[in-house]
Design a protein around this ligand. Structure first.
Ligand code: NAD
Ligand code: GLY
Length: 360
């Protein structure tokens, strides 16, 4: 097992990564205020792992309330959140009950937002079971639900007490979900670590074949990059915005196509190719680097353009981006491979040109 940490003073927390960690209730028990937890999950993950997690916690003397919510991004909404509150109240969960998210990023974001708001905030633990959730969404404390008009528009910052990432859960993940998670792994290399990007290029076949050693390296390096950024800028005053590379386009794609039509990582992959194109147009990235990045996404089986949504509609949705200030959309660009920057003054003509090439 490897243990990383997000350094946030007295709210710092460990992130454990390793094989078989679902059986390690001892990693969670020290963080429980009272020996009662509510595990939030969905039917797919419940069928695979809920009995196991409930069993190991019960053996530690922990009372477990099970909350199974509907599956899918289209249910990351107010109605499902309210269903979680109903269950917590019906089961008389108090302020000292810990909420545990067992699942992918949808479950993590929903359970995290419930934990941030139930009785003005209860303790929270993340057990991420998708590659995307292990490398990104379980770390950093962003929680949210979607609004019909915009992705992740209602939410809160609420850090977990501990994150437990069992690498073996990735064995049951579908091929498409694995590729979607790789998009966020590639993002971490692109924005912060050119050598890691090169490592992903060299080991992509091993990652796609789920070689445990390669996957663990990708997870640990991604978490280290994200934890370092979050430790410096928890509330996204500046630096943390770089983690949104590709997301201005990506979130607009997800909202425009309808939640769940494309996986989050797929939309972000196409969004990153758009941001790379913008970076090339503005003279930061060379043509060669732009082609090199695009081919990695192609090799990973991820989309590099979008069909079914017009450039005008994408621009309209992008104006809702959370990085918009004073009516101007701020774009995360690549200054070079491994180094990102935030720019507020991207010329409209350049955005039009990128979208006319990569969206229709
Ligand atoms: P997801 O949560 O929908 O999970 C993907 C699918 O995999 C689901 O159908 C789920 O039931 C299934 N699944 C989960 N674990 C499994 C396993 N071990 N074996 C088999 N099937 C399994 O999607 P995701 O890609 O994990 O997360 C995407 C969400 O995360 C989006 O809503 C996105 O906005 C959010 N997100 C949040 C942050 C953040 O910082 N909070 C960061 C990135 C993404
Ligand atoms: N996924 C972007 C962030 O956590 O800031």
């Amino acid at each position: 097992m490897q243990t990383l940490s997000v350094a946030l003073g007295e709210r710092s927390y460990p992130i454990h990564v390793g094989a078989g960690l679902l059986d390690r209730a001892d990693l969670i028990a020290p963080f429980l205020v009272q020996r009662k937890v509510a595990v939030v999950t969905n039917p797919t993950v419940a069928a695979l792992y809920l009995d196991r997690v409930t069993g190991v916690l019960a053996r530690e003397g922990v009372e477990v309330v099970r909350i199974v919510v509907p599956e899918g991004e289209e249910h990351k909404d107010w109605r499902t959140l309210n269903g979680i509150f109903d269950a917590l109240l019906e089961q008389r969960c108090a302020r000292d009950t810990t909420l545990i998210a067992l699942g992918g990023g949808v479950i993590g974001d929903l359970a995290g937002f419930a934990a941030a708001t139930y009785q003005r905030g209860v303790p929270f633990v993340q057990i991420p079971t998708t590659l995307l959730a292990q490398v990104d969404s379980s770390v950093g404390g962003k929680t949210a639900i979607n609004h019909p008009l915009g992705k992740n528009m209602i939410g809160a910052f609420h850090q977990p007490r501990v994150v437990v990432a069992d690498m073996r859960t990735l064995e049951t993940l579908s091929e498409r979900e694995l590729r979607s998670g790789l998009a966020e792994v590639i993002k971490h290399g692109l924005i912060r670590d050119a050598a890691f990007f090169g490592w992903i290029e060299a080991h992509l076949d091993r990652l796609l074949a789920r070689d445990p050693e390669a996957l663990e390296h990708a997870v640990v390096r991604s978490i280290a990059i994200k934890a370092e950024i979050v430790g410096q800028d928890e509330r996204e005053g500046g630096l943390r915005a770089l983690l949104n590379f590709g997301h201005t386009f990506g979130h607009a794609i997800e909202t425009g196509l309808g939640y769940g039509a494309w996986l989050h990582g797929e939309a972000v992959a196409a969004g990153m190719v758009m941001a790379v194109d913008l970076s090339r147009q503005l003279g930061y990235l060379s043509e060669a680097d732009s082609t090199r990045i695009r081919s990695l996404f192609e090799r990973a089986g991820l989309p590099t353009a979008v069909r079914g949504i017009s450039p005008a509609r994408l621009q309209q949705l992008m104006r809702l981006d959370k990085k918009t200030k004073g009516g101007r959309v701020h774009f995360v660009l690549l200054e070079r491979l491994g180094m990102a920057l935030l720019r507020a003054d991207v010329p409209t003509g350049a955005i039009d040109h990128t979208l006319s090439r990569l969206a229709a």
